[in-house]
Design a protein. Sequence first.
Length: 425
Amino acid sequence: MTLIRQLWFQVLAAMAAGIGLGIVRPNLAAEMQPLGDAFVNLIRMVIAPVIFCTVVHGIASMNDMRRTGRVALKSLIWFEAITLLALVFALVAVNVLRPGVGMNVDPASLDAGAIRSYTAAAQHQSVSEFLLHIVPASFLSAFVSGDLLQVLFVSVLFAFGLSHAGDRGKPVLYLIARLSQVFFRIVGFIMWAAPLGAFGAMAFTIGRFGAGSLVSRGKLLVEFYAVCLLFVFIVFGAIARAMGLSILRLLNYIREELLIVAATTSSETVLPRLMQKLQDLGCEESVVGLVIPTGYSLNLDGTCLYLATVVVFLAQATNTPLSWGQELLLVLVALLTSKGAAGVAGAAFVVLAGTIASVGTVPVASIALVLGIHRLLSEALTFVNVVGNCLATIGIAKWERAVNPEVLYAKLGMAPALPVAAPAE
């Protein structure tokens, strides 16, 4: 009975049931989409207030604005370094495994109309427009739109103002601390619906896209899932070891969140819980409040793996030659475009269209080849994004000495590293 009450087990069982329904009754399974969408919308409803309360309370309580800027700078350095590494890692893997070779697809034979909405969205996601979009039209519009960077922007400004208010701002700070507890309780209530949301999302995915897409694009799916797993265990594993942690222990700690993300293909569904669990892990509230929302827009390791893999796959499938110089150009473009579509629905696919259009080598119409399996690919890339943001938060917290090591090791079930004894005289 104890196992049945565990959220991760309930979500896993719901995913299995959704897959079964998708295979046996695909038409009925496709009608389960509203269950998954409703759960995602419930979580999105509380994301903005959770971020606002966490960031404002964390920064205003810290009383050190220079430290806030230092954490932000370290976050950007970390994000750019790891996303660049992800792009290079995926490029090497896709050139070695070559999943698109032999398909011999004629781009003229593809239905360009099916991807028109994505290519149109990509045209409006330039870097300058992305930067301007961070500033909301009004203070409240940031909460209405739900854009993470806009919410973070107004939260940091409010925290600075509250910090400079001194004693007059303390009642407001106290109120925000209590509101934070209320919203996290609401998140706890919503998570009761996670198994139902996972069932609906997984049933829809398999029923709508599964069978035919899996057969025709199976090689790409296997290659991409393998790349994601290798990146997590090799690259993230090495980073975790350098911090004195175990990647397996971390994955076990966030297993419920990873299962929910895999089912819903939306990393937003676990954002409030991740913020709470990372604070429970011993990371300071101010660091969690800054790193996690920023990372959700800028630290897209899984999306970078997706971009490099799929663009080269499409070049191979359409017999489009890509030199190493052109692939390096792809890396530079993807570093920019992966930031420019943050917060857009179907962001990874929009970024893919923008990247291909910017490079100008691979036919844009070729992205129709992966339209049918994009949701299945998203299950892997969102998994990597979540793990990457958790690892980044812990790493930056340790870098800032803003984590309680005793709590960290206890929660992960690890023995802390023993100090080296001084040599005997």
